[in-house]
Design a protein around this ligand. Structure first.
Ligand SMILES: Nc1ncnc2c1ncn2[C@@H]1O[C@H](COP(=O)(O)OP(=O)(O)O)[C@@H](O)[C@H]1O
Ligand SMILES: [Mg+2]
Length: 228
């Protein structure tokens, strides 16, 4: 028990096949990966190697064609859709390359959404959202909408949204892909601080320089994972 509970991601022999008419495309080919709590791991691979597909499987946004996946001990392949929605909301904070903020909502409103989904009172949600935004240096941007913020600031709002509910796992898919080098460095610094604060982080990237700053790197090529 004790040993098992330290493992947050336990994916075994994951295969994902996309059907394109008569053609089959094997995008994930027998991928096995374990991530321990408080790990900080990069999944590094070129464009088209299957990174986002793997992130979608690890994030319970998509199911694999075959294999086994245990997230925090929960068997994801046999879970029902409402369970999966709860797991996504409570166990995972997502960060995307294109930030995926809602354009009509300001920073506070974007960040508080995951809390509202899980039934936190609005006043409390606003308080926590502001606290996280201030922590990420956005105290003077609370009421700004995404198009009134720089890319780096938008990504910090997205990171605040990802961590607002204290999920045990943060999944980031090319979080620096749309950022200039200074904003990239700032975002990586934030991930490092979150990891020091005991967050588990899986960061997907095609950028070797970004990956080298994580604690551990695994490589993906043509849907196959290589670990050293
Ligand atoms: N929904 C889909 N249907 C068919 N093929 C897909 C789908 N999603 C991704 N692919 C293909 O799977 C491969 C891997 O894609 P992806 O996981 O997005 O790679 P990466 O994120 O590493 O760039 C690509 O060849 C892509 O075209
Ligand atoms: Mg991708």
């Amino acid at each position: 028990m004790g040993k098992e509970s330290k493992c947050i991601i336990d994916a075994r022999n994951i295969v994902k096949i996309y059907q394109n008419g008569a053609e089959e495309l094997k995008v994930l080919d027998d991928v096995s990966v374990k991530v321990m709590k408080n790990d900080f791991i990069a999944i590094l691979g070129p464009s088209g190697s299957g990174k986002s597909t793997l992130m979608n499987v690890l994030g319970c946004l998509d199911l694999p064609t075959s294999g086994q996946y245990f997230l925090d001990g929960i068997d994801i392949l046999t879970a029902k859709e409402d369970q999966l929605a709860e797991i996504r909301n409570k166990k995972i904070g997502f960060v995307f390359q294109k930030f995926n903020l809602l354009p009509r909502l300001n920073a506070v409103q974007n960040v508080m959404l995951p809390l509202l989904y899980r039934g936190v009172e609005e006043e409390e949600a606003v308080r926590i959202a502001k606290e996280k935004l201030k922590m990420l240096g956005l105290g003077d941007r609370l009421n700004h909408r995404p198009n009134e913020l720089s890319g780096g600031q938008q990504q910090r709002v997205a990171i605040a949204r990802a961590i607002v509910g204290n999920p045990p796992l943060i999944l980031a898919d090319e979080p620096t892909g749309n950022l200039d080098s200074k904003s990239s460095m700032e975002a990586i610094k934030i991930f490092k601080e979150l990891n020091q604060a005991r967050n588990t982080i899986v960061l997907i990237t095609h950028d070797t320089e970004v990956a080298e700053q994580m604690k551990r790197v695994v490589y993906i090529k043509d849907g196959r994972l290589f670990q050293n």
